[in-house]
Write a protein that binds this ligand. Structure first.
Ligand SMILES: Nc1ncnc2c1ncn2[C@@H]1O[C@H](COP(=O)(O)OP(=O)(O)OP(=O)(O)O)[C@@H](O)[C@H]1O
Length: 297
C-alpha cells in the first residue's frame, strides 16, 4: 500500500496554532493565547483539552404579516448556534482503538472532524502526534463536479506529491475503489451512488497510510464484497497505526474492534472505559437491557 503524503517522523500537531512545537522535552512555555502545553509525552497519540465546537448558521426568520408589509416580504436574518462539543478533555495513548458511541446528534462526527483538522475548535485545543487521516461518511471534501480520479489527483497534489507520484497512486486508489463493481472512477462524482462515493473516500483514506486513523461508519455503507475488503484493510491499518477512532452505532463492532470507549451525549463526555462497561451504561441510559439487540444503537 503506498502513501499519498510525504513520509515524515510524527510531530505533534496543534490545531488552531502554529506556535506549539513540543518535539523536545523542554519546559512548557505559555503561548500568546494563554494555553500552556504540558511537557511532551511520547506515549500519547492525541490530547484534547477543554475542547468546545459551536456551529453558527444564519437563517431567514419568517416575518409576521406586519413585518412583511414593512419589509416588502423579506424576513430578518438570525444566527442559530449549536454547541456540538462542550468542554471535552481526554487523552489517547498510542496503540489504542477508541470507540466513540452516542445517540444521533451527540457530537461524534464533529469530534472526528475536529481531530482531523477539518473543523477548527471554537475553544480549547487538539494535539495529534502523527498524520491523521479520516474516512468520514460520504467523502467530505470532494468536488462533485469532478470525476473520482480528478478528486484523487487534486487531493494528492494538495498534499505535496509530485504529478508523477499522484498519477501512479490515483490509478491504484481508483482500482481499489472499483474492485468488484462496474467502472465509475472517470465519471463526475455527482452521478455516484452513495456506496460508490464511500468506496472512493475509503480508498483514499487507506492509501494515506495514516498514523492516526478515524473511521466514521465507513463500513456500514457498501455491498458485502466492499465491507469484507474494507474490514480487512482496516485491520491491517490498525496494526500499523498509532491510534484508531471508530465512530459507530453498531455496538457489536465496537466491542469487537475497540479496547477503549467514550460515550458522548449532547456534546458532553458521559463515560470513558472498557467498551463492555460503557456500552452497558449507554444501553441502560437508552432504556434497553443487556439482552436487547445492540447491533444498531
Ligand atoms: N454543519 C453544521 N451546521 C450546524 N449544525 C451542525 C452541523 N453539523 C452538525 N451539526 C449539529 O451538531 C450536533 C452534533 O452533530 P454530529 O453530526 O457531530 O452528531 P453525531 O453524534 O455524529 O450524530 P449521528 O449519530 O446522527 O451521525 C447536532 O446537533 C447537529 O445538528
Amino acid at each position: 500500500m503506498s502513501s499519498l503524503s510525504a513520509s515524515s517522523e510524527p510531530q505533534p500537531t496543534e490545531h488552531q496554532s502554529t506556535e506549539h512545537q513540543p518535539t523536545e522535552r523542554r519546559p512548557a512555555r505559555r503561548r500568546r493565547d494563554g494555553f500552556v502545553p504540558e511537557p511532551d509525552r511520547t506515549d500519547l497519540a492525541v490530547r484534547v483539552t477543554n475542547l468546545s465546537v459551536t456551529y453558527k448558521t444564519t437563517f431567514e426568520k419568517r416575518p409576521t404579516l406586519k413585518q412583511a408589509v414593512i419589509r416588502l416580504g423579506r424576513g430578518t436574518r438570525s444566527v442559530r448556534r449549536v454547541e456540538a462539543i462542550k468542554n471535552l478533555s481526554f487523552e489517547v495513548r498510542k496503540g489504542t482503538t477508541l470507540g466513540v458511541i452516542g445517540a444521533n446528534g451527540a457530537g461524534k462526527s464533529t469530534l472526528l472532524r475536529t481531530l482531523a483538522g477539518i473543523l477548527p475548535p471554537t475553544e480549547g485545543h487538539v494535539e495529534t502526534w502523527g498524520h491523521a487521516s479520516t474516512m468520514l461518511a460520504l467523502g467530505v471534501g470532494f468536488n462533485n463536479a469532478l470525476t473520482g480520479r480528478e478528486n484523487i489527483v487534486l487531493g494528492g497534489l494538495a498534499s505535496g506529491l509530485s504529478k508523477h507520484e499522484v498519477q501512479e497512486r490515483a490509478d491504484e486508489i481508483g482500482r481499489w475503489a472499483e474492485e468488484g463493481s462496474n467502472s465509475f472512477i472517470d465519471r463526475p462524482m455527482r452521478t455516484y451512488s452513495s456506496g460508490q462515493a464511500v468506496r472512493v473516500g475509503f480508498s483514499v483514506g487507506i492509501h494515506m497510510q495514516p498514523d492516526i486513523l478515524m473511521v466514521d461508519e465507513a463500513l456500514s455503507t457498501g455491498d458485502a464484497g466492499f465491507r469484507t475488503r474494507a474490514a480487512k484493510a482496516l485491520e491491517e491499518l490498525r496494526q500499523q497505526s498509532q491510534a484508531m477512532f471508530f465512530v459507530s452505532h453498531g455496538m457489536d463492532s465496537v466491542r469487537e474492534l475497540c479496547d477503549d470507549c467514550i460515550w458522548l451525549h449532547q456534546g458532553e463526555l458521559m463515560m470513558r472505559g472498557e467498551p463492555d462497561e460503557v456500552i452497558s451504561e449507554y444501553m441502560q441510559f437508552c432504556g434497553l437491557d443487556e439482552g436487547s439487540n445492540s447491533e444498531e444503537m
